[in-house]
Design a protein around this ligand. Structure first.
Ligand SMILES: NC(=O)c1ccc[n+]([C@@H]2O[C@H](COP(=O)([O-])OP(=O)(O)OC[C@H]3O[C@@H](n4cnc5c(N)ncnc54)[C@H](OP(=O)(O)O)[C@@H]3O)[C@@H](O)[C@H]2O)c1
Length: 237
């Protein structure tokens, strides 16, 4: 039986992906801060699944928590880091900027670091990180955009490192556009996909061991536009 851990499985994309992986025969280790939601989801998953409360911002405890979950599961083949947060507030309150950086940068790197070392020691594995289209260019939520640029670049760095070891370790970067979860904030949302559809597309990317996917695929067009649009147009959007 394949084994996967999902960091941030209490809601949204992580929760739906846990269900899809469970339906495809995975034993899942689910994590997040909200224990009642972990318990609810745990009851829906395969009996071999486990849960562990982890707050990724408390990095030392989170690292120990993830290590102990992996040990309890007898090793894992797949780690998905879906935990993330973001805010749109024109006042840019420091507490919100900091929280975004704590979760999306420090928390993400701490969890990716544990997964990296586990897979290198095991000699195989698959790490999936959820970045965002927002990684491509700074915008309305500066800390969020910058934090997702960190996620994308960190995953790229880990992929570079494992490719030089010639180990069968895959690193997949997921770049969603808008997905209809609590995270999808702000006005003028478009091409919003459901978390269920996002989870199915992420599962396909895992199955095919892709390096990178846009969720949904047409967000590749927006990514292209964001990369090449001149500032005098972009800054008016
Ligand atoms: N929705 C979108 O439009 C969209 C677009 C692009 C990228 N993304 C990315 O997709 C990922 C999943 O987001 P979502 O849309 O599914 O939103 P969501 O429903 O709000 O899920 C966020 C998940 O992150 C977890 N989390 C947040 N802070 C945490 C912390 N300090 N420690 C541990 N877990 C924490 C939450 O669990 P607890 O609260 O229980 O801890 C929850 O399970 C995020 O990385 C997000 O940036 C989303």
């Amino acid at each position: 039986m394949k084994k996967a851990v999902i960091i941030g499985a209490t809601s949204g994309i992580g929760k739906e992906l846990a269900k899809v992986l469970s339906q495809h025969g995975y034993a899942i280790g689910i994590t997040g801060r909200r224990t009642h939601l972990l318990e609810e989801l745990h009851a829906e998953l395969s009996p071999q699944s486990s849960l562990q409360q982890i707050d990724v911002t408390d990095t030392s405890t989170a690292i120990e928590g993830l290590k102990s979950l992996i040990a309890k599961m007898g090793g894992v083949d797949l780690v998905v880091i879906s935990a993330g947060t973001g805010f749109i507030d024109n006042e840019l309150p420091w507490c919100k900027e900091k929280e975004t950086i704590d979760v999306n940068v420090l928390g993400f790197a701490a969890m990716a670091n544990v997964a990296y070392h586990h897979f290198v020691q095991q000699g195989s594995g698959h790490l999936v990180g959820i970045s965002s289209i927002a990684a491509i260019r700074g915008g309305d939520a500066p800390a969020y955009n910058a934090s997702k640029a960190f996620v994308s670049s960190y995953l790229q760095g880990l992929r570079y490192k494992v490719s030089r070891m010639s180990l069968p370790i895959t690193v997949t970067e997921i770049q969603p556009g808008f997905v209809g979860t609590a995270m999808a904030k702000g006005e003028g949302l478009f091409w919003v996909t459901s978390p269920q559809k996002a989870a199915l597309q992420i599962y396909e990317a895992i199955r095919k061991r892709k390096k990178h996917v846009y969720i949904t695929r047409r967000w590749g067009l927006i990514a292209w536009a964001l990369r090449f649009m001149p500032d005098f147009i972009y800054n008016k959007l």
